[in-house]
Design a protein around this ligand. Structure first.
Ligand code: 6PG
Length: 263
C-alpha cells in the first residue's frame, strides 16, 4: 500500500514558494494550537532557499510563533557547519539568522565532520530525547524534502545502504559518487511524519518527477517515501501513513498530465 501523494503544480517557482510559505505558516499555527509546538525537519540543497528567505520576511515572519517552532535537518553533509556545503549553514543564513528562532529550538548535527557514524547516532539520540515518546518512532509534524535528478531525497541515494535501514532513524550513509558520508534521516523516520512536502522545480527534473509519481515499477528513493512496507513504516505501528504533498513548478511537472494548480 502506498499513500497517494497530493500533487500541486504552480505556474512558476515564485508562486510555488508563496503557496508553500502560506501552507507552512498555517500548519505551524494549527500544530501549535493542538500540541503547543511545531516540529519540522528542513531540507538542504538549493530549492528551499527562497522558501526559507520568504518565511524569514514579511508578512510571514510576523505571522509565525517562532518561540514554539523547533527545527531539525533531514540530512547533512559531513563538513564543518561553516562550510558552504553545509545544509545547516544554508538554513542558518536563509532562515534561522533572520527569523527570531530561539537558539535552543534549533537542532543541528554534531561531530559530522570528524566521525559520521558517531554523528548519526548522536543525532538520533537528540531526536529521541526531544520527542521522548518511549521508544515509538518520533513523528515530525513536517519533513520538508527535495529530490535530485537521480530520484534521491534527503541523503538517501539510489543503491546506498541507508535505503535498506529498517530500524535506525538516522544513519551515516556512504555515497560512492561523492566518495563521502552523509548524515540522513532513514525511511522509518521519514514515513512516520504527519506530513512530508516535496519541493521540486525546473524542467531538468521533469523526467524523474514523472517516473517517481507515475511509474510503479521504479524504486527511486523518493518513491519509497510513503510506502506502507511494514519495514519502512516505522515498525509495527499501523498508524496512518504520512501525507505526502508535492509542490512543483510547471517545468518540473511538464511530463505530468496535470493542469497547473490555481494559486
Ligand atoms: C542535500 C539535500 C538533497 C536535495 C536534493 C535536491 O543535502 O542536498 O538534502 O536531498 O534536496 O539534492 O537538491 P536541489 O534542491 O539543490 O536541486
Amino acid at each position: 500500500m502506498t499513500n497517494q501523494p497530493i500533487v500541486n503544480v504552480f505556474e512558476d517557482e515564485e508562486h510555488m514558494i508563496g503557496a508553500l510559505a502560506e501552507r507552512i505558516v498555517d500548519m505551524a499555527a494549527a500544530c501549535q494550537k493542538r500540541t503547543g509546538r511545531f516540529v519540522a525537519a528542513l531540507s538542504g540543497g538549493n530549492t528551499p532557499r527562497p522558501l526559507y528567505e520568504k518565511l524569514a520576511s514579511e508578512p510571514f515572519v510576523s505571522r509565525m510563533d517562532w518561540e514554539s517552532c523547533f527545527f531539525f535537518l533531514s540530512d547533512e553533509r559531513c563538513v564543518d557547519h561553516a562550510s558552504s556545503e553545509s545544509n545547516y549553514n544554508m538554513i542558518r543564513q536563509c532562515l534561522l539568522q533572520k527569523a527570531p528562532v530561539p537558539e535552543e529550538n534549533i537542532f543541528a548535527t554534531r561531530f559530522q565532520e570528524e566521525d559520521p557514524v558517531k554523528s548519526a547516532a548522536d543525532y538520533q539520540s537528540i531526536i529521541e530525547n526531544f520527542f521522548g515518546n518511549g521508544g515509538a518512532v518520533p513523528a515530525f509534524d513536517l519533513i520538508l524534502l527535495g529530490m535530485g535528478p537521480d530520484g534521491h531525497t534527503a541523503s538517501l541515494f539510489p543503491g546506498t545502504a541507508a535505503l535498506d535501514e529498517k530500524e535506525r532513524l538516522v544513519v551515516a550513509n556512504f555515497v560512492e559518487k561523492f566518495d563521502a558520508y552523509r548524515i540522513t534521516f532513514t525511511l522509518p523516520l521519514i514515513n512516520r511524519a504527519e506530513h512530508v512536502f516535496f519541493m521540486v522545480t525546473g524542467h531538468a527534473k521533469s523526467e524523474i518527477v514523472a517516473s517517481v509519481l507515475s511509474d510503479e515499477s521504479t524504486d527511486y528513493p523518493a518513491r519509497l517515501v510513503g510506502q506502507a512496507d511494514s519495514d519502512y513504516a516505522g515498525g509495527a505501528e499501523n498508524r496512518e501513513l504520512c501525507t505526502i504533498t508535492w509542490y512543483l513548478d510547471k517545468g518540473a511537472s511538464s511530463l505530468l498530465d496535470l493542469a497547473a494548480t490555481p494559486t
